[in-house]
Design a protein around this ligand. Structure first.
Ligand code: AMP
Length: 418
């Protein structure tokens, strides 16, 4: 290894990259001075037109890792007349389509390049109208995209760059056939960028069916749990979780929380329980109208909502920088989801805290998380009496003393068995 490589790594700034000045100026305005690890590794290869397969999670700066070089391609190659959709980004969720589209349009602000985010759950008319105008980059979820291709509102025959983002979630959500279908519809001679947060046999086989001689990049594979997040687990009975959540939300009334549950029904129940104690929270899940989902996320970003109770799929990949606490109200049944959940706090230079509520029936999920991450999660120790005190402090009128004392005794008796 030559020293020069290290020096380049230390010194390299966006201003040193061979990219269009309009992109550099905008990156400077956004205060993106130096590339993140994933950007440092992938931008040169993407600029050269190579295929890339990257294993990186949200929070690593992976969006700009493809947005910056792809915009550069679009600016350089297509000066002058408009040639239709040149870059297609396929994503699993509507929120991701909106978020990535916004990153494209923000970084492209000082250029002529136009990106459009396309997803279902909203009226088609406006989208069809927009698609008839200039769209260089289409960021889309599969369902609506195929509908509009079938209606002739989208022409993918000139796509030169295909990005598959959060490919592992696309597989989980059953979009494998959609990926195969889109690959058949766009030109063979293209650049393909494949991004996944996790890797296994199925994802590898999907990746190698779409990329050619790809550069493989992996960001922090050994310890997938974000480094600047402190983790703790609290052993608590399933039915008592709401009292503990109430207690924490009251204790840290200035901070923003993401609370994860396993199902939509659980999300609504937790919000109902918090309503009863006059603790404002909102639920967020795929069963909501799309306009409401965007409105809730926007309000959460702007700090108008402090506590968001969400399911795994709905919150995947979402970038909200100021979340300080993640509460795993339910333990995730898939250990990968633990990593995705905790990655939602402690973004950038901020420290985050992840607290998991583990009931006796969820102990196996905890063991799976510890095995997957290779780390033992520190147990949050409670003094005898703390458990009932927390429940007694609740503003929920349905509590009574005797029940609390019984539960406290129960808890102390069972604690050692857990
Ligand atoms: P992502 O992983 O793409 O969701 O990005 C995570 C966050 O990092 C976003 O809020 C970006 O705005 C931010 N970000 C991405 N690249 C950089 C950079 N080079 N410098 C500073 N912030 C960045």
């Amino acid at each position: 290894m030559k020293f020069g490589v290290f020096l380049a790594l230390i010194k390299m700034k966006f201003s040193d990259y061979p990219i269009a000045q309009a992109i550099k100026d905008q990156l400077n305005q956004l205060e993106f001075k130096k590339p993140t690890d994933i950007q440092f590794k992938s931008i040169p290869a993407i600029l050269k037109g190579e295929d890339v397969m990257a294993i990186a999670q949200t929070g690593t700066g992976k969006t700009a890792a493809f947005v910056v070089p792809l915009l550069d391609h679009l600016i350089r190659k297509h000066r002058g007349s408009y040639k239709g959709i040149r870059t297609l980004v396929m994503v699993p969720t509507r929120e991701l389509a909106q978020q990535i589209n916004e990153v494209f349009n923000t970084i492209a602000k000082k250029t002529e390049i136009k990106s459009f985010g396309l997803y279902g759950g909203v009226e088609q008319e406006q989208q069809i109208k927009r698609l008839s105008k200039k769209v260089d980059v289409l960021v889309a979820t599969p369902g609506r995209m195929f509908d509009l291709i079938a209606q002739g509102a989208i022409d993918v025959s000139r796509v030169e760059h295909l990005v598959l983002d959060e490919a592992d979630l696309m597989l989980d959500m059953g979009f494998k056939k959609d990926i195969d279908d889109i690959v058949k519809k766009i030109p063979k001679n293209r650049q393909t960028l494949f991004f996944t947060a996790t890797i296994d046999k199925k994802i590898k086989s999907l990746a190698y069916s779409v990329v050619k001689d790809a550069l493989r990049i992996q960001i922090s594979p050994k310890n997938p749990v974000a480094k600047n997040v402190d983790h703790a687990v609290l052993f608590v009975e399933m039915d008592d979780k709401r009292f503990f959540l109430e207690n924490i939300l009251k204790e840290y009334e200035e901070d923003k929380f993401l609370v994860f549950v396993r199902t939509k029904v659980r999300a609504e129940r937790v919000v109902g329980a918090m309503d009863r104690v006059e603790m404002p929270t909102r639920f967020f899940h795929g069963g909501l109208e799309q306009s409401e989902r965007f409105q809730i996320l926007d309000a959460f970003r702007k700090d108008e909502i402090r506590v968001l109770v969400t399911t795994d799929v709905a919150a995947r990949g979402i970038d909200i920088p100021s979340v300080k606490y993640v509460i795993n109200y339910d333990m995730p049944d898939d250990p990968e989801n633990y990593v995705h959940r905790c990655g939602r706090c402690g973004r950038g230079r901020n420290r985050g805290q992840a607290l998991s509520f583990c009931s006796p029936s969820e102990k196996e999920f905890l063991a799976q998380v510890e095995e997957y991450t290779g780390e033992t999660i520190e147990q949050y120790e409670m003094e005898p009496g703390d458990y009932s005190a927390i429940m007694f402090d609740s503003d929920d009128a349905s509590n009574n003393w005797q029940k609390l004392l019984d539960e406290d005794n129960d808890f102390n008796n069972k604690k050692d068995e857990w």
